[in-house]
Design a binder for this molecule. Structure first.
Ligand SMILES: Nc1ncnc2c1ncn2[C@@H]1O[C@H](COP(=O)(O)OP(=O)(O)OP(=O)(O)O)[C@@H](O)[C@H]1O
Length: 231
């Protein structure tokens, strides 16, 4: 469903990604791994259109979207949960969730019960300010906000960073549930190897802006982990 070919992305004159070929198939969970600073977030920002590639092409369901604006990509079904969550602290939980529906046509802008089923905590906190939630609860809110638009492709940037173990489990369960439903592809950037590989079908490892390894997640070997991932 998502395909990137020969991608080169720069900040000014500094090349961050070079010759990246990457794909995420329908309903697949793909983990994008790599040490700090190798370009993982840059790749996600390129997918949502915040950064423009200098070379290379991006396709969504065979249609080229390399020049599409971020809001067009959102209406085509790409949703992004940034590192550090970026919920609106002054808005209530409910208002934050409603913002996630903006990518939908007006008459479809509602929060489905399934969202509360996946994140029961949010239902009890609808009128609380986003900023009053714990870090883990804010992460759940950020994921829920992305899910209310019923995306075809969900991008998650380090969803477990700084989060207590029980909430990490809850997030893992949500990813597993979405995977079982099979209607959404998920691209996950994650430092925790266990988390990154537990639900993934396929993995890519970035190193110095290029894909250094890729394969079926179940078959990743110690050598790849030692060479490219362990700090
Ligand atoms: N706005 C920017 N301007 C210039 N350079 C940047 C900018 N943002 C990131 N970089 C640089 O681009 C490189 C890749 O950064 P990126 O955030 O994509 O890495 P990452 O793999 O996501 O790292 P982390 O795991 O630490 O989040 C780094 O060297 C970083 O310093």
């Amino acid at each position: 469903m998502l395909e990137m070919k020969g991608l080169e992305v720069c900040y000014g004159e500094t090349v961050i990604l070079r010759g990246v070929d990457f794909r995420v198939n329908e309903g697949q969970v793909v983990s994008l791994m790599g040490r700090n600073g190798v370009g993982k977030t840059t790749l996600l920002k390129t997918i949502i259109g915040l950064l423009r590639p200098r070379h290379g092409k991006i396709f969504l369901n065979e249609k080229e979207i390399s020049r599409a604006k971020p809001e067009q990509r959102a209406s085509l079904g790409i949703a992004y949960v940034p590192q550090g969550r970026e919920i609106f602290p002054q808005l209530t939980v409910q208002e934050n969730l409603l913002l996630g529906t903006e990518a939908l046509p007006k008459k479809e802008r509602k929060i489905s019960d399934e969202i509360y089923d996946m994140f029961p905590m949010l239902k009890t906190m609808l009128h609380r300010k986003g900023g009053d939630l714990s870090g883990g609860q804010q992460q759940q809110l950020a994921i829920a906000r992305a899910l209310v638009s019923r995306p075809r492709l969900l991008l998650l940037d380090e969803p477990t960073e700084g989060i207590q173990p029980n909430l990490v489990m809850e997030i893992e369960n949500v990813i597993q549930r979405l995977k079982e439903q099979g209607e959404m592809a998920i691209l996950l950037v994650e430092q925790s190897l266990d988390f990154a590989l537990s639900s993934a079908d396929y993995y890519y490892v970035l190193e110095k802006g290029s894909i250094a390894a890729e394969g079926k997640a179940a078959k990743i070997n110690e050598e790849v982990i030692r060479q490219h991932l362990v700090v």
